[in-house]
Design a protein. Structure first.
Length: 360
């Protein structure tokens, strides 16, 4: 009976990930340590790590730290091999002070978290169109920040520049100001304040124009990708490509990892947290979740409060009931999260594409 149990009960793995190497550990179903080993963070190393884990028996699951960073490649490889992956948070400082810190200790800690169920979140796969959206949005966000920085620098130079140049430019709207600065013709006497200021303004303005072209191109690409993945999202009131892209990134390529609309609301930080005590039932604001997704819900709510008659009527009714505007917005976020979840596409496991089907 004992030998049969050993062959049918699987083992659990844990991996502490780093930039150049990953440290893996294996424990049995009782938590006993079976071994640990270091592998290079490369495709060959991923394969060797998977074979080493399976050499200890059937693998029930593997807890991996940093599946969104250093562990992303390993998580994809193990998922393709049919191994269940769960995301493990870094041990808290209190536990590390008590038990110490090393790669083997962290790997065993990840394995124990996966075995106990303390780590049960299925990570994002990052292998489909949603990952492509994330990459494009990252480049777009960088361009937007750089353009804002160029705008602020132009206005600062105009304020502190020569009086004649300042009077010529500071009354113009921003876009006309940028265009006027891009047309400036400075001289070659860079030691002169006016010539140097004109040179700087022209360079910043032309940089601003190039960034605007880059952002416009990224917007077209993102709109096309988002429409391919989730056209039902774009059909919702107040949801544009930017909001839909953020929601899709928060959900990940494997939308089916989110089991319910309540789980999705919790992911977005839109699910109130119980804070009752004694005979006083109450809830408090959830400050967790993906803050980018929470901000996307906020943008949708603000747009609907301005343009959607149904939302405006709800806000008026709740105001008469004594709720403040922040409380109404929090309630509306929860309703918007439900609508967005029902509009998320259902994943087609055969071809890794998204089908826009309604959930029951």
């Amino acid at each position: 009976m004992t030998s049969m149990t050993r062959t049918t009960v699987g083992v659990t793995g844990g991996v502490d990930t780093h930039g150049q190497s990953h440290h893996a550990a294996v424990i049995d179903h009782l938590g006993r340590q079976l071994g640990d080993r270091e592998f290079p963070a490369s495709p060959a190393g991923y394969g060797a790590l998977g074979e080493w884990l399976q050499g200890h028996g059937g693998v029930d699951r593997v807890g991996v730290e940093g599946t969104g960073a250093y562990g992303a490649g390993l998580a994809r490889h193990l998922c393709e091999a049919g191994i269940l992956i769960v995301e493990v948070d870094r041990p808290d400082r209190r536990a590390r002070r008590a038990h110490g810190k090393s790669d083997p200790l962290d790997a065993y800690s990840a394995a124990r978290a996966a075995l106990s169920g303390a780590a049960a979140v299925v990570p994002k796969l990052r292998d489909g169109r949603v990952e492509a959206i994330r990459a494009l949005r990252m480049a777009r966000s960088s361009a937007v920040k750089a353009r804002s920085q160029a705008t602020n620098q132009i206005k600062s130079l105009i304020v502190t520049g020569p009086p004649q140049l300042r009077e010529q430019l500071r009354q113009l709207p921003t876009l006309k100001m940028i265009a006027a600065c891009a047309r400036l013709r400075p001289g070659h006497q860079l030691g002169d304040t006016e010539h140097a200021t004109k040179t700087a303004l022209r360079r910043l303005a032309r940089r601003h124009q190039r960034l605007s072209e880059e952002i416009a191109g990224a917007d077209q690409e993102l709109h096309q990708l988002v429409h391919q993945v989730a056209p039902a999202l774009l059909a919702l009131p107040g949801v544009g490509p930017e909001v839909a892209g953020q929601v899709l990134i928060s959900a990940g390529d494997n939308f089916d990892r989110i089991k319910s609309e309540a789980a999705f609301a919790h992911l977005c930080g839109a699910a109130p947290i119980p804070a009752s005590s004694g005979r006083t039932p109450r809830h408090r604001l959830n400050r967790g979740g993906v803050r980018g997704a929470n901000n996307a819900l906020y943008v949708v709510v603000l747009g609907r409060l301005r343009y959607d008659p149904r939302t405006r009527a709800y806000a008026e009714r709740r105001t008469h009931e004594g709720l403040s505007k922040p409380e109404i917005i929090r309630c509306l976020k929860r309703y918007v999260a439900r609508e967005i979840f029902n509009a998320l596409p259902v994943l087609d496991a055969e071809n890794r594409s998204a089908r826009p089907l309604a959930r029951p």
